[in-house]
Design a protein around this ligand. Structure first.
Ligand code: 6R9
Length: 685
């Protein structure tokens, strides 16, 4: 066993080399001179609109994008992506069968689109600002430096046997090397599988095995909120049950030495030996770009698959138009790259548009609750994109933490991950944005690839209603369904939210399980994509998301299936069975409440049981999945067919006893009374 030496990969400010052959193939975007044919400012707003006959105004453009979807997406794809070979078919989709193909015949390389074409025109523009956990120690990487770093990682991956079509697992917090690793995979034609660095060894191992990765990229340690996490140690445990893993690349975030084995590769050191040129692979539009695991309503997470051209185009277009991003702006999405928000709005969308994108490594309250706004002032962030849970938390600390800092650079404020309540929305708008920045509540999912419903784009003077996602993006046709599967056409109505036609950014399948993809998204409402969310459409036709319709909880914007937690809780030797539900939580949006039935004659102190359950959940899944409340009960309310009635449990916890509904189908209605009594002893404050 050897020990790592401590070096950190920082940009080298010399040697100007990049892949010339890539540039020859990848044509930088060229916008035709704006012709004022499609209405006064429409073509200035979106150059492609010049070619859309009779389209004037943004509402008309949205309408055109839905009713002439192929023309719209073909024009946008030709203009905004650099192709090695043009596509011959815009789309070949059949939602009822789960067949989704866009831009077939086309060949491109995503990393060329994100890097080389910028390097060609503005090599010294800053691509990344790494806002490290240690306040005031940010590091900037130009497009040239990011391309160089990406090429080195690409070559290193190739040297370790990664080939086109393989899948590399990345277990890293938000940092430049994580971005370079994602882009390096794209460059050499491998898929990436980024696993949120807060996941446990078991959760990581399950994802590595499902993705069949031979390489895992990680760091010695992570640093967040002043605390150190042992990432390498977690990977060491995980790979013990992952026979496919041949090498673990270890980058150095701290100077702490970690044990290394023959399997491990010192990433920073080995990268130095690699060339800064790496030939980009020519990829088909529908080759896999990445897998990203997310929770569904069963115990096993789903590896959603996104492909090259459609995903990139959709991420880029939404980043540009939802946030009114303009050339030269600094885009600050404070998500983690382990989630889809990080993929689309830290990495792919902003880089494809040539933006300067912020990598935020810290937390909203470290070292104090002014951290976001101090960062906005120092980095001069123009678009700030965050989560309602953080906004609610900061609101409680008071306005002074915001007012201390100059936020005049801010132009647009975004929200994502869960519904944003009116109070939080108003505070975000009034205090953070000084009432002058539009707040965009953006609704979308891992499955949709990018934002589908948001207040913008719309005409500059059009209203924005607090707490509403409101308007469908270009190419998106939302519909609401009633319980019989019929489309609800009226306004001022609620239903299951579906999307009526395919769009380029949507996920193509679930890795290794196309059947599950069809069952989950295509079969509930044949011919439509089912989102799993409920929504309300206002009298004016605006959409408001009301929450999940399935057994998925959203804790601080992190999705977790009730079944996933129950699976783990049930593994405790004392537990006979359990039922987990989400309940409304002030800060986190939803909290986790577990009802637990012990095995007969089991003697265990309640305190010990709680400790055991919490440690097993954080060990098997992640800390954020630990229950906030655990209630020991003798039995769970069940139907005669044995289904746990979580609906009843939810009503009890919401103290909504008048709407418990018909309990006559319960196997043992007395179980409910016992639960009501038990719950009344728990203080939920
Ligand atoms: C991007 C992302 C998706 C689920 C989604 C919904 C909830 C996301 C929301 C929202 C209300 C919003 N959600 N944005 N609910 N308003 N603006 O979060 O992806 O992690 O896959 O979660 O999050 O329930 O179905 P993902």
């Amino acid at each position: 066993m050897t020990f790592t030496s401590a070096i950190m990969w920082l940009p080298s400010r010399f040697s100007f080399k990049f892949s010339v052959s890539a540039l020859r193939r990848g044509v930088p975007p060229s916008y035709p001179h704006v012709v004022r044919r499609g209405g006064c400012n429409t073509a200035a707003f979106m150059p492609e609109a010049a070619g859309f006959e009779g389209v004037s105004g943004r509402a008309a453009l949205q309408e055109f994008s839905v009713s002439n979807s192929e023309d719209f997406w073909a024009a946008v794809a030709r203009h905004r992506l650099s192709w090695m070979q043009p596509f011959h078919t815009v789309q070949d989709c059949d939602l009822s069968r789960g067949r989704i193909k866009w831009f077939q015949g086309g060949m491109l390389n995503v990393s060329v689109n994100c890097l080389d074409r910028q390097v060609h025109i503005r090599p010294e523009r800053v691509a990344l600002i790494w806002e490290r956990d240690e306040r005031g120690s940010e590091v900037r990487y130009t497009y040239r430096e990011l391309l160089e770093m990406t090429c080195r990682v690409g070559n290193l991956l190739k040297r370790h046997g990664v080939r086109k079509g393989d899948c590399v697992t990345i277990y890293m917090p938000t940092c430049p090397l994580a971005v370079a690793s994602m882009l390096a995979c794209a460059r050499i034609g491998a898929a990436h599988n980024v696993v949120f660095a807060g996941f446990s060894a078991d959760a990581l191992a399950e994802r590595i095995r499902d993705a069949q990765s031979s390489i895992v990229i990680t760091m010695n340690q992570g640093v967040r909120g002043g605390k150190v996490t042992e990432l390498k140690k977690t990977v060491d445990t995980a790979v013990q049950s992952c026979p496919t893993v041949r090498h673990v690349f270890v980058a150095m975030r701290t100077e702490t030495l970690v044990p290394m084995t023959d399997r491990d590769v010192l990433m920073d050191e080995e990268m130095l030996k690699e060339d800064v040129v790496c030939e980009p692979a020519a990829m088909n539009s529908e080759d896999v770009l990445f897998l990203l695991y997310t929770s569904g309503s069963t115990g096993k997470p789903k590896g959603l698959v996104h492909t090259q051209a459609g995903y990139l185009l959709y991420a880029a277009l939404t980043q540009r138009y939802v946030f009114s991003y303009h050339d030269g702006d600094v885009f600050g999405c404070v998500a983690d790259i382990g989630w889809i928000t990080g993929h689309s709005y830290i990495v792919y969308g902003p880089l494809a548009n040539g933006a300067t994108t912020v990598l935020f490594e810290s937390t909203p309250v470290y070292p104090d609750p002014g951290r976001y706004w101090e960062t906005v002032e120092r980095l001069k962030i123009n678009q700030f994109y965050g989560a309602p849970t953080a906004i609610r938390l900061l609101l409680k600390y008071g306005d002074q933490w915001v007012n201390k800092y100059d936020r005049s650079s801010l132009k647009t404020l975004g929200s994502v991950g869960e519904p944003i309540n009116t109070e939080a929305w108003e505070w975000y708008h009034r205090v953070v944005g000084e009432g002058r920045c539009p707040v965009v509540d953006t609704w979308w999912q891992t499955e949709t690839g990018g934002i589908c419903i948001a207040p913008k784009p719309s005409e500059p003077d059009e209203e924005i209603v607090p707490g509403m996602a409101m308007r469908p993006f270009f190419g998106i046709k939302p519909v609401l369904m009633d319980t019989e599967g019929k489309v609800l056409t009226a306004n001022n109505t609620s239903g299951a939210l579906c999307i009526a036609q395919p769009w380029p950014g949507m996920a193509r399948t679930i890795h290794n399980n196309h059947e599950r993809f069809i069952e989950t998204y295509c079969q509930p409402y044949p011919g439509y994509f089912f989102t799993g969310d409920g929504a309300y459409r206002s009298p004016k036709g605006y959409y408001q998301i009301t929450g999940r319709l399935d057994d998925v909880i959203n804790v601080s914007g992190h999705r977790i299936g009730t079944a996933e937690i129950e699976d783990v809780v049930n593994q405790c030797s004392a537990v006979a069975e359990s039922a987990v539900i989400g309940y409304s939580h002030d800060i986190k949006g939803q909290g986790i409440y577990a009802f637990v039935v012990l095995k007969k004659n089991m003697k265990i102190k309640e305190e010990d049981l709680y400790k055991q359950l919490n440690s097993v959940v954080s060990e098997k899944i992640a800390k954020y999945a630990c229950p906030d409340f655990i209630l020991l009960v003798k039995r769970l309310p069940k139907t005669r067919s044995g289904k746990i009635m979580r609906r009843v449990l939810r009503k009890v916890v919401e103290s909504d006893l008048d709407s418990l509904g018909d309990l006559s189908t319960l196997d043992d209605p007395a179980a409910v009374q016992e639960i009501i009594e038990g719950h009344s002893k728990i203080s939920m404050k």
